[in-house]
Ligand binder design. Structure first.
Ligand code: KIV
Length: 275
């Protein structure tokens, strides 16, 4: 008789888990199951997030600031986003990987947007792209990208690519501004986004938008009523030197890493390493 050695699949390095899909996110909203989204910029961080069961891993253009040392997100190129997203994707088996379309990689024309988003999907294996804003040209871009099969996540409220116009202030504080953001979120859903990030807007506005949309909202500095929450992972881990007021560090890795480097340096200087 054939003896079959039934080793657990995980011991063979085989996973039967299917990657998450945008459609599943809709089901999670209907089930009121909160979504967890965090940013990643390299293989190591991405594999830690994925193994911890994070739903969506965003290769946000915030990596320009947290990983590359720029003052804003504006300087990062499409090439750099592709380079980092490919590394992230190599570390992920389960989560949905979304890559930000960086500043000036989609605003010039529809064909520029299709070319940039297409390169991201083809060259990195990412599952979709995120685009900032809800003005008419962005809506047209979203509907064309989704038509050709590229899942798109929206982003309204504080949009860091408009830092020279908006700063990093909370958006939607007066009734007209709040109504504009609400309308943008509705129009993005109609144009075809599968989820929308609500950044740094008042809690009641985020709650109202979340209630009105069928797609999930993912908040950052938008209160607890969104369908999910996102943070920049460097802020969560206490790696950033400047942390936005709404981010809550869950660790102080700057201190931990600094101490490890000092301990190593002392050991080398005193010939205690290698032991
Ligand atoms: O670039 C980024 O990290 C983002 C998040 C703040 C949502 O867009």
């Amino acid at each position: 008789m054939l003896a079959i050695n039934l080793l657990p699949l995980y011991e063979l390095g085989i996973s039967l888990a299917m990657p998450l899909t945008p459609q599943q996110l809709l089901a999670y909203k209907q089930q009121q199951r909160p979504l967890v989204m965090l940013t990643a910029w390299d293989f190591a961080i991405a594999s830690l997030l994925d193994q911890a069961g994070v739903d969506i891993i965003l290769v946000g253009d915030s990596l320009a600031m947290v990983a590359l040392g720029y003052e804003t997100t504006l300087p990062i190129s499409l090439e750099a986003m592709i380079h980092h997203t490919a590394a992230v994707k190599r570390g992920v088996k389960q989560a949905l990987v979304i890559c930000d379309l960086p500043f000036l990689s989609y605003q010039e024309s529809l064909s520029q947007a299709i070319h940039s988003a297409g390169r991201i999907l083809k060259e990195t294996g990412a599952n979709g792209v995120k685009i900032e804003g809800g003005y008419p040209q962005v809506l047209e871009t979203v509907s064309r990208l989704t038509e050709i099969g590229i899942p798109v996540m929206g982003h309204v409220g504080l949009t860091p690519q408009s830092v020279h116009q908006l700063g990093y202030r909370q958006q939607g504080k007066d009734p007209q501004a709040a109504e504009r953001i609400r309308q943008e979120a509705i129009a993005l859903e109609q144009a075809g986004v599968f989820a929308v990030v609500l950044e740094h807007i008042p809690q009641p506005l985020a709650a109202q938008i979340t209630q009105q949309l069928t797609i999930p909202t993912i908040g950052i500095g938008a209160g607890p009523d969104c369908d999910g929450q996102v943070l920049v992972t460097a802020d969560l881990l206490g790696l950033s030197d400047k942390i936005p007021p709404f981010a809550q560090p869950y660790a102080q890795l700057r201190e931990v890493i600094g101490q490890a480097i000092q301990d190593f340096s002392e050991d080398v200087k005193h010939r205690r390493f290698p032991r």
